[in-house]
Design a protein around this ligand. Sequence first.
Ligand code: IPE
Ligand code: IPE
Ligand code: MG
Length: 234
Amino acid sequence: MKRQQERTKAPQHVAFVMDGNGRWATQRGLPRLAGHRSGLANVTRIAEALVERHVSYMSMYMFSTENWKRPKEEVVGIFELLTEWLGDTGPRLQARGVTFRHLGRREPLPGSLLEAIDYVCEGPPASGNLALGLAINYGGRAEIVDALRSVLATVQQQEIDEAAIAGALYTAHMPYPDLLVRPGGELRLSNYMLWQAAYAELYFSPVLWPDFDEEELDRSMNAYATRHRRFGGL
Ligand code: IPE
Ligand code: IPE
Ligand code: MG
C-alpha cells in the first residue's frame, strides 16, 4: 500500500536544465541567440503548465558559472534576453500566482540583469501557486562553497551537519527536487543541484529545450510516477 502511494505521488519540485537552445537555432540556420529567445519563451509555457498541474516548486538552470567561457557576444546576448524576459514575463507569471527567487551568485552579473531579477523577486505577494527558482550564474560547487563560508561564519565546527548546510544553500526555501529533467540529449548534471539532487529521480530527454512541450513534460511526470523511491531503504 505504502509502495503504491509512493509510486503515484506527483513531484513537489521539478528541476530543469534548459539545454539545447543553441542546437535548436543552428538546425534552423538561425543565430544561437534566436534559440535562447525561444528557450525563454518555453520557460513561460512550462511554468504555466506546472501551475495547471499543481506542482509547487520549479527551478530552471538558465546560466551556469561555467557558461562565462562562451564568446562574450553570446554571454551578453543571453543577459539581454534574460533581462527582457523577466520584465515581460515576470508580471504575467506573477498574475498566475508564480513567485520568483534567484539561485546563484550575484557577482559579476550586470546591474541591469540584477535589477530585473530583483524586480520579479520583490514582486507583489502571489497566491503561491508555484515558486520558481531562477538559476542564473548558478554552479553547484560554487553553491556549496558559499554555503560552507556562511555556515563557518555562524556555526561551531561540531554543530555543522547536513541541515546546517542545507539551510545555507541558495535553495534553502525550497524542498529538494523530486524530479530533475534534462532535455537536449546530454546525460550529465553539468554542475546543477549537486547537493540537492542526491535522491532526485532523473529524466533525460532528447528533445531540445525550445521544443520541450507539455506532452514531453507529461512524459517526464508519468515516468516519475512509476518510479519507486527508496532513499536507501527497501
Ligand atoms: C541553453 O542551451 C542553456 C545555456 C547554457 C544558456 P545551450 O546554449 O547550451 O544550447 P546547446 O547545448 O549549445 O544546444
Ligand atoms: C548546462 O548546459 C547549463 C545550463 C543549461 C544553464 P551546458 O550546455 O552549459 O552544459 P554542458 O557544457 O553541455 O555540460
Ligand atoms: Mg548546452
